[in-house]
Design a protein around this ligand. Structure first.
Ligand SMILES: [Mn+2]
Length: 355
């Protein structure tokens, strides 16, 4: 059974200027490069016929020399594996430094490569071919057909768009996509499937979740594919509801204890809920509390000011009666009462799903 690795969106040479302090930028650039090296090693160790690189290997069309040298160096260092490199919208103009026997490239017309009974087709999307590419694709139904594209799935044709419905009934077994930075997959038609492998490493807090590549086997019954998480670091995306924390110190403590520490990962924490104290420095204080537990932390304060509980307690209303009953209950601590009141008032306001 012929096997492949499907990867994309390494964005080698990313500047990282908006997310990282300067001393960590070079480290992450190194980790991005290493991630591609690890994919090549996995392909070699796993007996894969080829690595399918579905676009945006480089962050720009004019990559740094060291990123270029690293990428082509990895290709060169794995002569037993073919590298099929389709350019995306970031590395559109990438001109290959040298001709390598195991480097196969694509253009703005369909190109086909054969691996036994498997055919890999690919085309680089542009203004000129974004409408015609569906009718110019020609695949033999008796082969196992892989198609490589870099773009966004969309309902209508256009530059950078991939209209899945127009790829149905074309004898595609596996549609290997790049551009979207998270793993996603689904059925294309009765025969085939499509998958975005996502990026190899997150580049910022806006890329949360597991990142990695797809391991693909061309089985007689159809594509067998598995997402393989491989990123050196993950962006953990947590939120923490501080409603019911009676004061600033307990809110910092509560937020801090809600996040399991993971020193190699990046944490994006969003503080939510209604608070009764001045929260102007809260995000900054929570961030300081968490910093030692992660590679990088970003805390956003989305809390809002709570209504004054004592004035609600004097209302002649259902919520007034509720606040009075909870306040008078003997079996709860002040903090528990605060949480119960906060949750109850939300439920009474028809916002129970935000508990
Ligand atoms: Mn892209």
């Amino acid at each position: 059974m012929i096997k492949f690795i499907h990867c994309a969106d390494m964005h080698l040479g990313s500047a990282f200027t908006s997310h990282l302090p300067s001393q960590k930028r070079e480290e992450r650039r190194r980790e991005l490069r290493a991630a591609f090296g690890a994919v090549a090693s996995a392909a070699s160790a796993g007996g894969c016929a080829a690595v399918l690189v579905c676009g945006d290997a480089f962050d720009t069309s004019r990559p740094l020399k060291k990123d270029k040298e690293y990428f082509y160096g990895v290709v060169k260092a794995h002569p037993g594996v073919q590298f099929l490199y389709l350019r995306g919208n970031h590395d559109t103009e990438e001109s290959y430094t040298e001709e390598l026997e195991n480097l196969k490239t694509f253009s703005r017309e369909w190109t086909y490569y054969s691996f036994g009974n498997v055919v890999v087709a690919g085309i680089e999307l542009c203004e000129e071919n974004c409408r015609s590419l569906y009718s110019t694709l020609s695949l033999d139904s008796s082969k196992f057909n892989i198609v490589m594209l870099h773009g966004q799935t969309a309902e209508s044709e256009g530059a950078g768009n991939i209209v899945l419905s127009r790829l149905r009934g074309k004898n595609i077994d596996y549609l290997a996509l790049g551009h979207v930075h998270s793993f996603a997959s689904g059925r294309l038609d009765g025969r085939g499937v499509y998958a975005y492998c996502g990026c190899l490493e997150p580049r910022g807090f806006d890329e949360p979740g597991q990142k990695g590549y797809i391991s693909l086997a061309c089985a007689p019954g159809g594509a067998e594919y598995t997402f393989v998480p491989s990123a050196a670091r993950t962006v953990l995306d947590y939120s923490c509801d501080l409603s019911g924390c009676p004061d600033w110190a307990s809110a910092v403590r509560f937020a801090s204890s809600a996040c399991p520490r993971s020193p190699k990962d990046m944490l994006r924490l969003t503080l939510t809920g209604e608070v009764t104290f001045d929260s102007s420095e809260l995000a900054c204080d929570v961030q300081k509390e968490l910093e030692a537990g992660y590679y990088l932390v970003s805390v956003r304060d989305n809390t809002c000011a709570a209504e004054d509980i004592s004035s609600i307690g004097s209302e002649n209303s259902l919520r007034g009666a509720f606040v009075r009953a909870v306040t008078a209950a003997g079996e709860y601590s002040a903090e528990e009462k605060s949480r119960i009141i906060s949750a109850g008032l939300k439920a009474l306001a028809g916002r129970g799903n935000q508990l």
